[in-house]
Ligand binder design. Structure first.
Ligand SMILES: Cc1ncc(COP(=O)(O)O)c(C=O)c1O
Length: 423
């Protein structure tokens, strides 16, 4: 192990969070600055680098030192390349011309247009619900929905791998929070069976497709358990919408339980390639959220141009014409190649493909070298996952060619062998 790697071991994300006795509030920022500028790898080196093109399979990136080079892009959540789809961009352009670039008001005042209303109608139709509400950010959607619907007398039961925004919403709600190990249905039932009868406000929350593992929540079992123990269900299908399920309607369609989910939450920022979050549900629920979800009530509405682009996205998704089949060819090809090289890719069932590294110091070095050698992937460690489960996170994208995937996997495999991750 190099000296640099050894030193890295003591530098932890959470070291800088707490202010010690007698310290100024900002001292933690100075301590962090010293470490980041010391030359020791911390995994943060490329965070905040600049991309030079719209989302596309080969992109220019500008490193923090100002150097520019080209990478094969395996780190974008725009899995279907809809952020650059001509029909989508035209929809955005037309709305931009009509309404300008910002809304200047929250949704409940003068912040929404017919274009926004059309988007909500399209999302509701996509899920077969009475209505849908669109939030200006995905993070804000989860925080707002959970904290509006749950309070101190309620109990929320979460998969441990749920997104941070869900946990933040839980904390804000003041409800009792329970967590079951990732996809562990026995443990979930153990929690449910011990909830006192008088605690009747019960919500099970799970990601549909998990953002760091790419696997799908066992919604068939979750529905059974929710029915048995009188719980409501919320599914955040940020990474499933448009991609998994027979017609791309996500994890609930994959398990044929679309009509059993109380709150279909999703993000407009991943597969749909735009921005924002939504909840498709009954009219009574959306009406309640419009008044009590604080991240909706107190936050300026989505720009009309984004909503205009998203209307075109949902036209493509409704008819399953967004290129899902081509994306799946790439997902399967990428996964096959990685497995053939000997990598552990977990149990991915989506466009998110983890490559398990299990050693944080190696992860940081590999991430650096991959970029230098022309492959961009995401780096995932604490606090997104446990340190010992650290990994590279690869995203398949529809417009990648097999040749680009070949080249990327070859480079990842060379480094994997160099660091002893594969033989
Ligand atoms: C599962 C999940 N939920 C919510 C979010 C937040 O969405 P957004 O980035 O659109 O705010 C993300 C984004 O990383 C996510 O992966």
């Amino acid at each position: 192990m190099t000296g640099q790697l050894k030193e890295t071991m003591n530098i932890k994300f959470e070291n800088f969070v707490d202010t010690l006795d007698g310290e100024d509030l900002f001292d933690k920022t100075k301590r962090l600055d010293e470490v980041l500028s010391s030359g020791v790898l911390t995994g943060n080196e490329a965070l905040g680098m600049v991309t030079m093109n719209k989302v596309q399979p080969e992109s220019g990136i500008k490193e923090k030192d100002g150097s520019v080079h080209s990478v094969i892009m395996l780190g974008s959540n725009s899995y279907l390349n809809l952020s650059t789809h001509p029909q989508v961009m035209q929809g955005a352009r037309e709305a931009l011309e009509k309404f300008g670039y910002g809304m200047g008001a929250v949704s409940n005042y003068a912040g929404i247009t017919d274009i926004h209303k059309e988007l909500e109608t399209r999302i509701a139709r996509f899920y077969g619900t009475e209505d849908a509400i669109v939030f200006p950010s995905g993070y804000g959607a989860n925080v707002g929905i959970v904290s509006a619907l749950c309070g101190k007398n309620d109990i929320i039961i979460n998969d441990a791998a749920n997104h941070a925004s869900i946990f933040d919403g839980c904390v804000l709600s003041g409800a009792e929070i329970k967590v079951f190990p990732h996809r562990d249905m026995k443990y979930l039932e153990r929690i449910l069976s011990r909830i006192p009868d008088e605690k009747t406000g019960r919500l099970i929350i799970t990601d549909g497709v998990f953002s760091m593992d790419g696997d799908i929540a066992p919604l068939d079992r979750i529905v059974e358990l929710a029915q048995k123990y009188n719980c409501r269900i919320m599914v955040d299908d940020a990474h499933g919408v448009g991609i998994v399920g027979k017609t791309g309607r996500g994890a609930a369609e994959h398990y044929n339980v679309m009509d059993k989910i109380d709150l279909h939450v999703g993000m407009l920022s991943k597969g749909p390639g735009g921005l924002g979050g939504y909840c498709a549900a009954s009219k009574k629920i959306t009406q309640y959220l419009r008044l009590y979800a604080r991240s909706y009530f107190f936050s300026t509405a989505l720009p009309a141009s984004v909503a205009g682009g998203l209307n075109e996205v949902f036209k493509l998704l409704e008819t399953d014409n967004a290129g899902r089949k081509k994306l799946w060819d790439n997902i399967n090809y990428l996964k096959e190649k990685l497995v053939k090289e000997g990598f552990d890719i977990g149990h991915s069932q989506s466009a998110v493909v983890p490559v398990m590294i299990y050693d944080e110091a190696v992860l940081f070095e590999m991430y650096e070298k991959l970029r230098q050698r022309g492959v961009y992937v995401n780096i995932v460690t604490y606090p997104a996952v446990r340190r010992k489960e650290c990994r590279l996170r690869l995203c398949a994208m529809k417009d990648l060619t097999f040749e680009q995937i070949d080249r990327a996997v070859e480079i990842i495999a060379e480094l994997g062998r160099e660091y002893g991750i594969i033989k």
